[in-house]
Unconditional design. Structure first.
Length: 583
């Protein structure tokens, strides 16, 4: 027994960290112990069972030693291929003969036998997520391939020396399964001591490549019978990465010999099912934690699109978006009035909000555009709610106090643009109908408190938009330009983007009007750019009246009609400059 000085307290935790840190670096070496829970016999057990069948067909009694009976009867060792050929002459006959040992019967299915186990599915999950790409196995069943296929990956199988000779380099395959004992449907399965003592040149070369260039995770393999495999393991020249040896209790002397030469770390486990299920969960947890800090916006959007369609990733979707909201909040909560209310303070605060919320706007727009159900909409709702209830350090009043809602304003606009582009208003309707904040000691809808008119239209702030003074609505035009790059990949046509922006302005203006007086809702750019002769940008309202009422914007259709009628009157009059712009 060899004791190493550097052994982690929890080897599986260390292994999970190594696998997560180096996707594709670790290969697996799996023995019969991985398939044992599925009720799959070993190759030698199948051989002895076939010997007993042969004896019965010959009218003999193989008891108490079927192996000895075979030697006496045929004057040779009971090799798998020879025994099979004595019982079944054609390949189809041999396949039928062996299928009962491997393929599940109705009784097996009822008991959950001869089907992929938690170990197979855990391994398949690591493969599908790109963490494991090479698997060496002594098993000849197809449970592993089945589980990997079910996970959405087509593995390349190498099960003979001829396969190894013609195989592409391992780096060119998403997943390679190397079956050193062969496949149960082929006649060259290896079972006897003689067969297990050597490999063909191509297979030996391939295994040396794996054991030399990859880290190794061993499970379910005793090393007792596989002489050739032990030799290749021990003779591999390099140990570039750590080897981990999973075992249930004590290990065999043969295994201990390999462990010593590979300087492997022993990891005692309860069983293969628990070990690989736990390993897959730990790697997934590390990946989820890493997902909370994507390197850039493109990486964050890629994760969002990956999480959205899969209900199993709902928590990861939530953590990704809420985590981005938390970062935006952390960067914009120090709006303290101690720093004063000069123009430079306002400018710095506005720029900080826009930088902090840039990625969040993109995520919300993309999420709203691709979301399809209420469970996904709940993530966007909680994000807006979290922003609206954000704490502000210090006592903040006046324009700087209103500016504390600027991150929420940006998030609402990003969400609304994505929803408008997808013609699905539900993602934003609930947020604007249900979320309320305190304004002048009264609860008001967030759509009112976080509107451009409320947040940015105080005189100290509007000075910042002097470069837009020729615009009739400089604040709204500023928001238009801030939002444009955040949704550029989603909405690439500038004209369509501006049309959607007018639609969103009208929707959010009506949300404000619904709380205050209908003829006081902010109008912004659309009212100045769209002549009264043309249709108003009320498409989102017309197409989603029921959703707006259900979300609590209006108590019924009559109230919506009355509010919209008064708002439209102001909207049309604004084009000729008969009333003030506001924003």
């Amino acid at each position: 027994m060899v004791t190493f000085a550097r052994v982690p307290a929890d080897p599986l935790l260390s292994l999970a960290s190594s696998i997560h840190a180096g996707p594709g670096v670790y290969a697996l070496l799996l023995g019969s112990g991985v398939s044992r829970a599925a009720g799959i016999p070993t190759g030698w057990e199948i051989t002895l069972s076939l010997v007993e069948r042969l004896a019965e067909l010959s009218g003999d009694d193989p008891e108490p030693d079927s192996e000895r009976w075979y030697r006496s009867k045929f004057e040779s060792e009971p090799e798998y291929s020879t025994v099979v050929e004595r019982l079944a002459l054609s390949p189809d006959d041999r396949q039928q003969l062996l299928s009962g040992y491997i393929e599940p019967s109705e009784a097996d299915l009822e008991q959950g036998l001869k089907m992929p186990t938690a170990a197979h599915h855990g391994i398949a999950r690591l493969v599908a997520d790109g963490y494991v790409r090479v698997i060496v196995t002594t098993n000849f069943d197809r449970l592993l391939e089945t589980a990997i296929n079910e996970a959405g990956v087509e593995p390349r199988v190498i099960a003979s020396d001829d396969h190894a000779r013609c195989a592409l380099p391992l780096v060119h395959s998403g997943c390679t399964v190397i079956k050193v004992h062969g496949d149960y449907l082929w006649s060259d399965l290896k079972n006897t001591a003689e067969e297990l003592s050597r490999y063909g040149t191509a297979m030996r070369r391939l295994l040396r490549e794996v054991f030399d260039q990859y880290g190794l995770v061993v499970c379910g393999w005793s090393g007792e019978w596989d002489t050739a495999l032990r030799k290749v393991l021990v003779r591999s020249p390099n140990r570039r990465f750590t080897a981990y040896w999973m075992h249930r209790s004590s290990v065999t002397p043969e295994a201990d010999y390999v462990i010593e030469h590979r300087r492997a770390i022993k990891a005692e486990i309860t069983d293969a099912d628990t070990a690989f299920a736990t390993l897959a969960e730990r790697v997934s947890a590390l990946a989820s934690a890493a997902d909370q800090a994507p390197l850039d916006t493109h990486a964050a959007v890629a994760l969002l699109k990956r999480f959205l369609p899969n209900p199993d990733h709902r928590i990861r979707l939530h953590d990704l978006v809420i985590g981005e909201a938390d970062r935006a909040i952390d960067q914009t909560t120090d709006f303290s009035s101690i720093e004063g209310h000069d123009i430079n303070t306002y400018r710095a605060r506005i720029q900080r909000c826009e930088q902090a919320c840039s990625r969040l706007m993109t995520l919300l727009a993309t999420g709203a555009y691709f979301s399809t159900d209420e469970a996904q909409d709940e993530v966007w709702f909680r994000t807006i709610q979290k922003l609206s209830l954000r704490g502000v350090r210090g006592h903040v009043t006046g324009a700087l106090g209103k500016l504390s809602h600027y991150p929420t304003l940006l998030a609402i606009h990003g969400l609304a643009i994505g929803a408008a582009a997808a013609d699905r208003i539900e993602p934003v309707a609930r947020a604007l109908g249900a979320i309320k904040v305190e304004f002048k000691r009264k609860p008001v809808p967030i759509g009112f408190a976080a509107s451009p008119y409320m947040v940015l239209s105080d005189e100290p702030l509007t000075v910042l938009f002097e470069n837009l003074r020729q615009s009739p609505a400089p604040v709204a035009e500023h928001v238009l330009e801030v939002l444009r790059p955040a949704v550029a990949d989603l909405i690439q046509d500038n004209q369509r983007y501006e049309t959607l922006f007018y639609d969103v302005e009208y929707l959010l203006g009506l949300a404000s009007a619904a709380h205050a007086q209908p003829d006081t809702g902010p109008l912004a750019l659309g009212a100045d750019r769209i002549p009264p002769e043309r249709d108003l940008p009320d498409r989102l309202v017309r197409d989603n009246e029921a959703a707006l009422i259900d979300a609590g914007w209006f108590k019924d259709a009559q109230e919506l009609e009355e509010c919209q009628s008064a708002y439209d009157e102001k909207y049309r009059n604004a084009y000729y400059g008969s009333i003030p712009r506001g924003v």
